[in-house]
Design a protein around this ligand. Structure first.
Ligand SMILES: [Zn+2]
Ligand SMILES: [Zn+2]
Length: 149
């Protein structure tokens, strides 16, 4: 998803509100597949001469795998981000490339969401996980392997 930056590039110091719905490709995060839906970014684009500052709120629904029972787990992520688009981006400082008079919004949005990603996904806070002996999903009922511990 590309965003038009011609107005903020023309008018230094001016703020332009924007709002965008994005599609993000699924990724692998800490060995788990993660899919995104309802990805949304909104905020302002501020002209700064040859570069443009973006102040945005980014949100998405993510679907991954429960760390305990391996069933589907969902989470909602929301992040505040401040990024800069530049024709000569310094990637160490959260700067992203302007090509022509527009920039790709996908990378800064994904980067902002990754910072909010939980260390592990759970299908529910009290997930009972799998039986280490027979592999039964204990959320669906207990198995016949009695645990001493
Ligand atoms: Zn679970
Ligand atoms: Zn069992």
């Amino acid at each position: 998803m590309r965003i038009d930056l011609s107005a903020p590039l023309r008018d230094s110091g001016q703020s332009y509100p924007f709002s965008a719905d994005l599609e993000l490709e699924p990724i692998v995060y800490l060995d788990d597949p993660v899919a995104f839906s309802n990805v949304h970014a909104e905020g302002v684009l501020i002209g700064a001469g040859e570069s443009v500052e973006m102040r945005a709120t980014v949100s998405a629904d993510v679907t991954s795998r429960c760390a305990l029972c391996l069933e589907e787990a969902k989470a909602h992520l929301a992040a505040e981000t401040v990024d800069r688009f530049s024709r000569t981006p310094n990637e160490d400082e959260d700067e992203y490339l302007i090509e022509g008079y527009s920039a790709d919004l996908t990378k800064p949005v994904l980067d902002a969401l990754l910072l909010e990603m939980p260390m592990r996904f759970l299908c529910r806070p009290d997930c009972k996980g799998l039986c280490p002996v027979c592999g039964q999903n204990r959320n669906n009922g207990s198995c016949t392997c009695e645990q001493d511990s």
